[in-house]
Design a protein around this ligand. Structure first.
Ligand SMILES: [Zn+2]
Length: 436
């Protein structure tokens, strides 16, 4: 066995797999960005007495969170369209603002702002769907964060693409460019079945199969969308996606607040993953994803913040708390939304949905050292009786001290190593002030 480069231990380790386990006074040994041992701290120290060792006293060590759906650059649009329903929010506020203001430069700035927020609050992998995906990829590469970039495909002209044809070609080129990147995965991002025509949905299914690439789509987000589908097609869009060949294991269906029993069975049979975005669904009053029913059918349900314009934060710990409370509330059952179950959604399930579970999502030997640590010694957290409950219900995003992606430290003592946050916030303010 190779000698570890460093040891990292903590008062509590939550490996996530196996499920619902707390390992007291444990740690990991890391070599070449991967976990090569997970054991009791004293055993690790006995085996490697000369290795560099950091102990995180009163901290919880766990895998980094996976934010399975968002539009990072929309951090620049927090609060725009607030108070509108989805269709008016898109048609009257978001799309006109984007067409006027969200050029490649703005996308770079907004993406970096979200990456800073996500890293500081414990997310190590994010799934993005936004214009200028090559800019998002470049910023992600510079910051060292892991991501899936679903290039946005939409029928109408945007600042990035002329039409769906153009967007598909640009997606393929970007896929080729990042094919061998260790942290960046390019996917297809058809915006929704009502903004991408049948022919292109079909084409995307074919190309995604050929390339073994993932596809992420907004699906059955609101009752209005599904009513419209029924009027036009005589059935919901889940049927349409099956007919176009998109409904399958590589598909990540975002939102899914409206599902008939038949559609739920179709999704389960196709092994399609679902991304639950509770804040966005509540903010836009879109409906509620039937998480318990999907999980009962073994559907992988991951968690996403959605863009900051419909959230407004990118702190996935805040999303975890809401997911737990919403599950209890909608089912009128306090045993729903258990902390260990929702944490699974934001870690290993997110990794599964993105097809990355061989590499990330849990602390296991052989996996990448994508890890975070949370300091429990503060007024809002101490003392800790149940580390899972503390993580989910105690504002943990603000207590993150350490973040590593593939063994590289990106946050130390709560501060970003590669991003100057003061300068970044100044730039965002300057950008806002020049808007006409
Ligand atoms: Zn979205």
């Amino acid at each position: 066995m190779q000698a570890p480069e460093f040891l990292l231990s903590a008062t509590w380790v939550l490996p996530i797999a196996p499920h619902n386990v707390v390992l007291p006074d444990h740690g990991i040994a890391v070599h070449d960005g991967r976990i090569i041992e997970l054991a009791a701290t004293n055993e690790l120290l006995a085996r490697h007495p000369d290795c560099v060792h950091t102990h995180l006293q009163d901290q919880i060590l766990m895998p980094g969170l996976v934010n399975a759906h968002g539009h990072a650059a929309m951090s620049l649009m927090r609060g725009i369209g607030a108070g509108l329903a989805l269709q008016e929010w898109l048609n009257d506020a978001i799309w006109p603002f984007e067409a006027k203001n969200m050029d490649a430069q703005a996308v770079a700035l907004g993406t970096e702002l979200s990456i800073a927020e996500m890293l500081m609050s414990g997310t190590t992998t994010f799934a993005d769907m936004y214009f200028f995906p090559e800019t998002v990829a470049r910023v992600a590469h510079q910051t060292g964060m892991r991501c899936q970039i679903a290039a946005p495909i939409i029928d109408f002209a945007t600042l990035w693409s002329r039409d769906a044809d153009d967007a598909v070609h640009k997606t393929m080129a970007l896929y080729d460019e990042y094919r061998h990147h260790p942290l960046i995965n390019v996917a297809f991002g058809p915006h929704s079945p009502y903004t991408v025509n049948h022919k292109h949905l079909n084409q995307i299914a074919m190309y995604a199969d050929e390339l073994d690439a993932a596809v992420q789509i907004h699906l059955h987000e609101t009752r209005r969308e599904v009513t419209h589908a029924n009027e036009q097609l005589g059935h919901g869009y889940v049927h349409l996606l099956r007919d176009t060949g998109l409904l399958g294991p590589r598909l990540q269906a975002v939102h899914m607040t409206q599902l008939t029993d038949t559609e739920l069975q179709m999704v389960a049979a196709a092994k399609t993953s679902v991304v639950h975005c509770p804040t966005s669904n509540m903010q836009l009053a879109s409906g509620t994803c039937p998480v318990a029913e999907l999980q009962a059918q073994d559907v992988t349900v991951a968690l996403g913040t959605d863009g900051a314009a419909s959230n407004n934060t990118q702190d996935l710990f805040a999303e975890l708390r809401l997911a737990a409370l919403l599950a209890k509330h909608t089912q009128a059952d306090p045993t729903q939304g258990q902390a260990s179950d929702v944490l699974k959604m934001a870690t290993i399930n997110g990794a599964r949905a993105l097809g990355l579970d061989r590499d990330i999502g849990s602390l296991e030997v052989g996996k990448s050292a994508d890890i975070i640590a949370i300091n429990t010694q503060q007024p809002g957290m101490a003392p800790v009786h149940d580390p899972f409950a503390s993580l989910v219900h105690n504002n943990s995003g603000s207590a993150v001290t350490t973040v590593m992606v593939a063994g590289t430290t990106l946050v130390a003592d709560g501060r970003l190593n590669k991003i100057n946050t003061d300068e970044l916030c100044r730039k965002a303010r300057r950008w806002q002030l020049q808007l006409s």
